[in-house]
Design a protein around this ligand. Structure first.
Ligand code: GDP
Length: 295
């Protein structure tokens, strides 16, 4: 674990090791480096503050200073705390034993909803389950065709009705068709907006109420940092979210937003998107993310 930390953190902790014995003073110095790393990883300020208070309290409470290897003990506490608040792990789609499970994806425009529909379909195909995709994003003109392209690529059915203006009706008809076809899973691709607005939320709340999805996942762009936190808070207020998918973690983003989103929504992070390809979806692993945030 120590090796996976960045040079900066390693040297901070090494300097502690060099001191032989930790004091409250030099322990705080090491923790400040951790705080800095988290802020640089784009973790929300108040989330970092809470985290640091908790870690400091635990470190002092556990008498780290008196332990045999105090610097290692301190690193372990930071790492364990991070893993613990990023968890618990729940990457199951909670498919029903019988009947059709309805998954609904929501999020801002461009977050990666349509792509994630395809990625989840790919994942299900690997489990020998052929889902039906429903094109209920009636805001973005290209979204319906984009979903059809994905459907053709994967060989899975896509329901759309370009003449229908009401997304609730599209979802209901899509679910009906999926059930008639004997699909075990139907995935609803809903509309997003560039920013949160009342109309979007009302539309999603209406779909939620009338179509009653079994799982509602928020798709969040991992590159957007602090904005991701604000939008996640707004979606979570209106909808009962069951999970979060954070996309675009293949880039430089350190993934700090993921920690903030987890803290704000309290719902499990299900998957992370690691590329534009339909195979680029990974089940979320707190250990890997903790190392990445502390890089
Ligand atoms: P939507 O408006 O929420 O449906 O977003 P799209 O699915 O159309 O995705 C917006 C853009 O983000 C597209 O160019 C996707 O290829 C890209 N995208 C989606 N997920 C990822 C990801 O995990 N990594 C990268 N690099 N790009 C992604």
């Amino acid at each position: 674990m120590f090796d996976s930390l960045s040079d900066g953190l390693q040297s901070a902790f090494k300097s502690l090791r060099g001191k032989g014995k930790l004091t409250e003073g030099n322990m705080r110095e090491g923790l400040q480096t951790v705080e800095q790393a988290m802020l640089e990883a784009d973790v929300n300020y108040s989330v970092v503050k809470d985290f640091m208070e908790h870690v400091t309290e635990r470190a002092l409470g556990q008498r780290v200073l008196l332990s045999l290897r105090p610097h290692e003990e301190l690193i372990r506490i930071v790492y364990d705390e991070l893993v613990s608040i990023l968890g618990p792990v729940d990457t199951s789609l909670h498919l029903k034993k019988s009947g059709c499970t309805i998954l609904m994806l929501c999020g801002l425009q461009g977050a990666g909803k349509t792509t994630t529909c395809g990625k989840l379909a790919q994942l299900l195909l690997e489990e020998k389950i052929t889902p039906t995709l429903v094109a209920a994003d009636l805001q973005r003109p290209a979204a319906i065709e984009q979903l059809h392209v994905i459907g053709r690529q994967l060989g899975v059915p896509v329901y759309s009705d370009a003449g229908e203006k009401d997304p609730v009706k599209v979802c209901q008809a899509g679910v009906k068709q999926a059930e008639a076809d004997g699909s075990r899973v139907v995935i609803l691709d809903t509309a997003g907006r560039l920013a949160i607005d009342k109309e979007l939320m009302a539309e999603l709340a209406r779909i939620d109420k009338r179509v009653k999805p079994d799982q509602v996942y928020l798709v969040v762009d991992g590159m957007t940092g602090q904005d991701a936190v604000n939008s996640a808070g707004a979606f979570n207020k209106e909808l009962e979210l069951d999970g979060v998918v954070m996309t675009k973690l293949d880039g430089d983003a350190r993934g700090g937003a993921l920690l903030s989103v987890k803290q704000v929504t309290g719902v499990p992070i299900k998957f992370i998107g690691t590329g534009e390809h339909l195979e680029s979806l990974e089940p979320f692993r707190p250990e890997g993310m903790a190392s990445r945030i502390l890089q």
